[in-house]
Ligand binder design. Sequence first.
Ligand SMILES: C[S@@+](CC[C@H](N)C(=O)[O-])C[C@H]1O[C@@H](n2cnc3c(N)ncnc32)[C@H](O)[C@@H]1O
Length: 191
Amino acid sequence: MEYWEQRWQNNQTGWDIGEPSPPLMYCINQIKDKQAKILLPGCGNAHEAAYLMQQGFNHVVLLDIAASALLMAQHKFKREIEEGRLTLIHDDFFHHHDSYDIILEQTFFCAINPDLRRLYASHTSNLLKPDGVLAGVMFNCEFNGGPPFGGNIQEYYGYFQPYFKVVHFEPCLHSIAPRAGREVLINMVKN
Ligand SMILES: C[S@@+](CC[C@H](N)C(=O)[O-])C[C@H]1O[C@@H](n2cnc3c(N)ncnc32)[C@H](O)[C@@H]1O
């Protein structure tokens, strides 16, 4: 918690692209049910939540371990929070318990310690309703050190297959230029 809070307070947020990311917009455009309950874990500045709100989604939950990130979201989404369309949760993802139709992943999986990846897979599955979906993007490349921590599809299969009946990766054609060729789209359906 302290590590991430420090990064937010020191403006060390190099991951933040300042707008909804094209791959996540692509994923969101596939979601037909505007009543779907959607979680953005490690939401950061939550640009994708702005896009979800624009698109008429009504049950969006933003969760982050850093209070500073959520304070910004509190200002940015004041109206939507009052309308009850958006909820903010300050918590460690691994301590959070609820039930979602969809979890949207972007640069959260790569931010956590790789030792926690199997737990990430089981916990996302636990947080999803039957047939719930984990979608978004993951890096398919290595980094020096981290976070972000890199990885590859073969490794990811091992984590997710025990908990998801569909574990699907495909090339991401919508990445921003600095991430082009280094991201994969993910689509996983809970067991
Ligand atoms: C690399 S940033 C990504 C932010 C956002 N998803 C984006 O793409 O701009 C990772 C975020 O996850 C949050 N975070 C890290 N560990 C967490 C945990 N265990 N539970 C909840 N949030 C966490 C950090 O505070 C940070 O905002």
